[in-house]
Design a protein around this ligand. Structure first.
Ligand code: ADP
Ligand code: GLC
Length: 482
């Protein structure tokens, strides 16, 4: 089996820069592909944190003018990843996050910041000055989605291209931008090119022009082909159905391993779970919940956004309170939700605890110490927190959408009888149905023998990248053979 060379292109990668699950995927997939003969280099923007991580890395190429300033492409190895970094100070040397400034506003030049990334991906993908290029350029989300477009319109022989959708809600549609500004030919402004409802659509371009499209679960792959789930792109996705595949995410099973996790006070595994009690205790203590070991403990680790349906948790709170249970919430995002959760914690001290912010250590403790994790998403391309929850023995209570459907088996009577149950699903995604699911979870909790059976099985589910990495490897080989 010959080695395949893949250039992955993305705007974040764990542990270097992360705002969500995209970073986890981009950070973990290369190691899972390596044993399958797929060598991945990951191209990232040269944000300050990334430049600090790579130090004085060698320059592979210099651009005199890369969307308004000089830039270099540097090759390095950091955080276990082979990297290519686009060092373009005029685009990336800023305070604030990868997309938003320190005040939380989008950078006005985001279209150029990520066009530059895609341009560099196309150039590096082909190889500079006779140097070997890559077999495949794999673009993740809208920030990388012009890469297949540049490769397509540059003409000549090119690497094969894959476009992965992690979240169709973010499309990178920019009215007022011209193909000229992007360095694309005039004929790229077309319905089968980059034009999208009278503007330039980055994700649309990637979806139209990549050789293959993937998304992060089989159910989401079906949902995005429907008018309800397609967010305006379902027509195009139906048109490209032959090229579209849903490949389930995994999680990094060394970062997320309850048997070795240095971030939790007590380590445990599927067949030795008694130590979990100490994590429940530590979680209560850490977030300020009353020390009531007999009370079931629900957890949330999430971005606060409409997608994640956390307003439904607020509405379903009476069921948690009435059941004598406790709730520990870790998350940040929309101000209104942050305020509402803070208010609820104030109103129910000892029974509801809310930590606003981003905290990796606490995220691990919530998984290791909660009895159940709530994931009431309105839509969810894959979702990673329910995978962590399975591994850590916190039964996931999930909305019946997207990747949540594909990764959690509802504890119906039948599933409990045949030993396949791993959590709870509810649908439609309403507060009433979430309430019912919470009540079902509470009922099971009061039957410890059955609860433990579901928990033990949940912890044996393979949530690693092994199987999915093989599917990506197969997909790459398929398009390179063509
Ligand atoms: P999304 O990418 O849509 O936010 P995912 O479930 O795919 O959702 O991934 C979320 C990732 O971010 C998980 O690794 C989760 O543990 C992490 N995460 C989310 N919120 C926080 C937080 N407040 N603190 C620490 N980690 C968080
Ligand atoms: C997006 C999705 C999430 C998915 C993640 C990684 O952020 O919202 O469902 O797990 O990408 O693919």
């Amino acid at each position: 089996m010959s080695t395949l060379r893949v250039l992955a292109v993305a705007s974040e990668a764990y542990p270097l820069v992360k705002t969500g699950g995209l970073a986890d995927v981009v950070g973990a997939l290369p190691a899972a592909l390596a044993p399958l003969g797929v060598q991945v280099r990951t191209l990232l923007p040269g944000y300050p944190a990334i430049l600090r991580a790579i130090g004085a890395a060698p320059v592979a190429h210099a651009y005199a003018n890369c969307f308004g300033g000089a830039a270099t492409l540097r090759l390095a190895r950091a955080a276990g990843l082979d990297l290519a970094v686009l060092d373009a100070p005029h685009l990336y040397a800023r305070d604030g996050g990868p997309y938003l400034d320190a005040r939380g506003e989008e950078y006005g030049d985001n279209p150029l910041r990520f066009a530059a990334l895609a341009r560099a991906a196309a150039d590096l993908g082909r190889g500079f000055g006779g140097q070997a290029g890559f077999d495949v350029v794999h673009a993740h989300d809208w920030q990388a989605a012009l890469a297949p477009a540049y490769l397509h319109y540059d003409g000549g022989t090119r690497p094969a291209t894959v476009m992965t959708v992690h979240n169709l809600a973010f499309q990178g549609r920019f009215p007022g931008l011209t193909v000229d500004t992007l360095g694309l030919p005039w004929h790229a402004w077309a319905i089968d090119g980059v034009e999208y409802y009278g503007a330039i659509g980055y994700l649309k371009a990637g979806l139209a022009l990549a050789d293959r499209i993937t998304t992060v679960s089989p159910t989401y792959a079906r949902e995005i082909c429907t008018p309800e789930g397609g967010m305006g792109l379902d027509g195009l996705l139906r048109h490209r159905a032959q090229a579209l595949r849903g490949i389930l995410n995994g999680i990094d099973d060394t970062t997320w391993n309850p048997a070795t996790d240095p971030r939790i006070p007590a380590r445990f595994h599927a067949t030795r779970r008694t130590a979990r009690v100490r994590n429940r205790l530590a979680l209560r203590e850490r977030v300020g919940l009353a020390p009531r070991p007999e009370a079931p403990l629900f957890g949330v680790v999430s971005r606060f956004s409409w997608q994640k349906g956390l307003d439904l948790v607020l509405e379903a709170l009476p069921a948690i309170l009435a059941g004598g249970a406790q709730l520990a919430v870790l998350g940040s995002g929309e101000r209104a939700l942050e305020k509402a959760f803070a208010a609820v914690a104030n109103a129910h001290p000892g029974q509801v605890a809310v930590r606003l912010g981003y905290d990796e250590d606490l995220a691990h403790l919530v998984q290791a110490g909660s009895d159940a994790i709530l994931v009431p998403s309105r839509f969810e391309p894959c979702g990673l927190t329910q995978l962590c929850a399975l591994r850590y023995g916190a039964l996931p209570i999930v909305a019946r959408v997207g990747g949540l459907v594909d990764t959690v088996v509802d504890a119906s009577d039948a599933a409990q009888a045949d030993g396949t149950a791993t959590g709870f699903q509810f649908g439609p995604v309403t507060a009433a149905e979430l309430t019912r699911a919470i009540e079902r979870a509470l009922a099971l909790w009061h039957d410890p023998r059955r609860w433990r059976r579901v928990q033990a099985h949940a912890m044996t589910i393979d949530v690693s990248w092994r199987r999915s990495a093989a599917q990506y490897a197969e997909l790459y080989r398929e398009i390179v053979r063509r």
